[in-house]
Ligand binder design. Structure first.
Ligand SMILES: [Zn+2]
Length: 59
């Protein structure tokens, strides 16, 4: 794993990057973790990875 996953509380909306302030949303990525798929979000501007507590429904 060559990146850091930043835990984030998204509140009512997760659109603006907490690291760089980019305002137009995120790319998605998925990573297997403890028998399920974590749904992670990558900022297209600064490329930080965020975990808002989502798990992909099925894989
Ligand atoms: Zn960013």
């Amino acid at each position: 794993m060559d990146y850091k996953v930043n835990k984030v509380n998204p509140g009512d909306e997760f659109r603006i990057c907490p690291s760089c302030g980019y305002r137009d949303g995120f790319h998605s990525m998925f990573r297997k973790e403890g028998g399920h798929m974590k749904w992670l979000f990558i900022c297209p501007s600064c490329h930080n990875v965020f975990d808002i507590g989502y798990t992909a429904p099925s894989f």
